[in-house]
Design a protein around this ligand. Structure first.
Ligand SMILES: O=C(O)/C=C(\CC(=O)C(=O)O)C(=O)O
Length: 311
């Protein structure tokens, strides 16, 4: 593909990206695996452009610009049809960049927002009309100062009123503490990045067992088989993460989602080649049927249910 216009890192961390902030891969490979028609990249972000959209004053990092035009170029290059754009912490509760990207997508993107507990009904309706179908609760200490549970309970109630689901991002070793809270939330709950198990322990990892415990307990839990680049111990091509993704797809074929996580904020060790990430899909979803569920049927059911109903 044409070289993606990766911005140069510069600045002092909060006014601009930290000097060691890694930008997304400038020339991702074209994957050998061709996704099924209508495939959805169900976890990705847009950042800025900073000249146009504010970052949150409370953010813990400042990313390199990763605008909608580049996300859509990557979508086409990888052979995907649609995106689910997830609001990241650096944009706080200002969902403008995400909404702008969805508006530019010609119906090919939907979003997961971060909202305030007292967001007005008018604003919720505006977000829904703009393509939002979920809210995200982030429990990672390196990303959010404090996860305000009382606020989240209120936000969860608002999301339920809208028929939206809740995306939760946590480290699996925090799950023992968080599980009572998470299971008390209403509606469909989507777990980010496989629940971040400790890959070094193999499939017997206690954190992974806890995550699977949630999935086994109630079928309103879904999970994203994403982010091998953050979970790996071995590094690319992330073979150590494959058994985890494969197990989740095999055990919960109707409740798994897949996403690139482009533009991979806060990666420190290396930047993944998005084409290589796509080429992992047949390893975690070995049959055409599993691939169709993972990449088309499941995300369409969650994000474009009205199109499923018309099938
Ligand atoms: O992009 C992701 O999903 C993961 C992130 C960033 C993030 O979640 C956020 O800023 O909200 C991470 O682990 O740093």
């Amino acid at each position: 593909m044409a070289k993606l216009n990766a911005a140069k890192s510069m600045g002092d961390g909060l006014s601009g990206p930290a000097p060691d902030y890694l930008s997304f891969h400038p020339v991702p490979s074209r994957p050998a695996f061709r996704p099924p028609e209508g495939a959805v990249d169900a976890h990705c972000h847009v950042f800025g452009p900073a000249a146009q959209f504010n970052f949150s004053p409370a953010r813990k990092y400042t990313p390199v610009d990763a605008p909608a035009s580049q996300l859509f170029a990557l979508r086409d290059h990888l052979g995907f049809a649609r995106n689910v754009i997830v609001q990241a912490t650096c944009h706080g509760t200002d969902n403008a960049a995400m909404l702008d990207a969805i508006a530019r997508s010609k119906g090919r993107a939907r979003g997961v927002a971060v909202i305030e507990k007292d967001t007005s009904d008018t604003e919720l309706a505006r977000l829904h009309d703009g393509g939002v179908r979920g809210v995200r609760f982030n429990f990672l200490k390196r990303l959010v100062g404090d996860a305000p549970k009382d606020d989240y309970i209120r936000v969860a109630a608002r999301a339920a009123e809208m028929g939206w689901h809740i995306v939760v991002y946590f480290e699996s070793d925090e799950l023992a503490d968080l599980a009572p809270f998470i299971t008390s939330l209403p509606g469909t709950i989507v777990i980010d990045h496989m629940g971040r198990p400790d890959i070094a322990n193999g499939l017997e990892d206690p954190g992974f067992a806890r995550v699977r415990g949630l999935m086994d307990r109630e079928d309103r839990f879904w999970i994203k088989v994403s982010c091998p680049e953050r979970l790996t111990v071995a590094g690319p091509p992330y073979g150590d993460v494959v058994p985890f993704g494969r197990k989740l797809v095999a055990d919960y074929p109707d409740r798994v989602l897949w996403g690139t996580d482009w533009p991979h904020p806060n990666m420190r060790s290396h930047m993944p080649d998005d084409g290589a990430l796509v080429d992992m899909i047949p390893q975690i979803a070995p049959t055409a049927e599993l691939q169709r569920k993972l990449l088309v049927d499941n995300p369409m059911r969650l994000y474009w249910p009205e199109e499923q109903a018309n099938d």
